[in-house]
Write a protein that binds this ligand. Structure first.
Ligand code: 5GP
Length: 251
């Protein structure tokens, strides 16, 4: 097999140069990290599930006109995506209080918020991705005011789409993180949803039982992570047919 040029290796993914100009191959690893990589493990099958789930969400977003970097899935662990310049911000949308918001503001986890709240963190592992305001973003030139208007609109559309999709399968979308990339069409710049959307980057709770079906299972030692992600994939009908138990044939 031809050697591919590795462009970047992150905590959960590796990026390789793509087969055509302007493309990238995104490889999903089984590595799980939390608390800025203080907690680490290798979770068999996580990469395969996140590859498929991210494909599913990004394809749906493309279909409703929310542009994403996703082009097509290549195999169990890899997808072809558009090369883009990542805006150095994590965009977090919250529907219910949890995680750092609950800690920061003393609001009990699970409290429904009066409306979706969008937060921005500066992408810098060494600093632990600190929360920043639009003042910081404008002053340091990380994104323009027009970019921020577009990012807010994209984030809220992704929230509505994912919330509805999850509600339909009995899952509450508590919060999630997305990343945004810039692509250039001639002189025009467009912003697209990039990176991944998966249970690694969302909080997903079963509506009936409150059971956690996301990376908090790993962060908080609540059980088997692939079981949780498989349950999300199963409910969405994303798991390949071969992974669904075969019915017993009578006669
Ligand atoms: P929190 O700020 O409460 O830790 O996270 C809010 C939401 O954003 C959660 O769904 C969490 O999974 C996601 N999130 C925040 N930071 C990161 C990150 O660095 N990587 C990933 N994969 N998700 C993140």
């Amino acid at each position: 097999m031809a050697r591919r040029k590795k462009i970047y290796e992150g905590k959960a993914k590796i990026l390789y140069e793509g087969p055509e100009p302007g493309t990238i191959v995104q490889y999903f690893k089984d590595d799980a990290t939390a608390f800025n990589a203080e907690k680490k493990d290798v979770i068999d099958g996580k990469g395969v599930l996140n590859n498929r789930l991210s494909e599913y969400f990004m394809t749906g977003l493309n279909q409703i006109g929310v542009p994403t970097h996703f082009i097509r899935r290549l195999n169990m662990r890899e997808q072809l995506v558009r090369n883009c310049e990542i805006v150095p911000l994590e965009i977090i949308v919250r529907n219910y209080a949890a995680g750092t918001m609950s800690k920061r503001l003393g609001i009990a986890e699970g409290t429904q918020l009066p409306r979706p709240i969008v937060e921005y963190c500066y992408k810098d592992d060494a600093l632990g991705d600190p929360l920043v305001t639009e003042e910081h973003i404008a002053a340091f030139g990380w994104a323009s005011q027009q970019d921020m208007d577009d990012i807010l609109s994209l984030a809220l559309r992704v929230n509505d789409f994912l919330s509805g999709m999850m509600l339909a399968v009995g899952i509450r979308l508590v919060d999630f993180k997305i990343e945004i990339g810039r692509v250039y069409d001639g002189d025009f710049q467009r912003l697209i949803v990039a990176d991944e959307i998966s249970p690694d980057s969302c909080r997903l709770w079963d509506i009936e039982t409150g059971q956690k079906l996301d990376k908090d299972v790993f962060r908080r030692d609540l059980g088997n992570l692939t079981d949780a992600y498989s349950e999300v994939a199963r409910r969405l009908g994303v798991l390949p047919q071969s992974n669904v138990p075969k019915p017993t044939l009578i006669n």
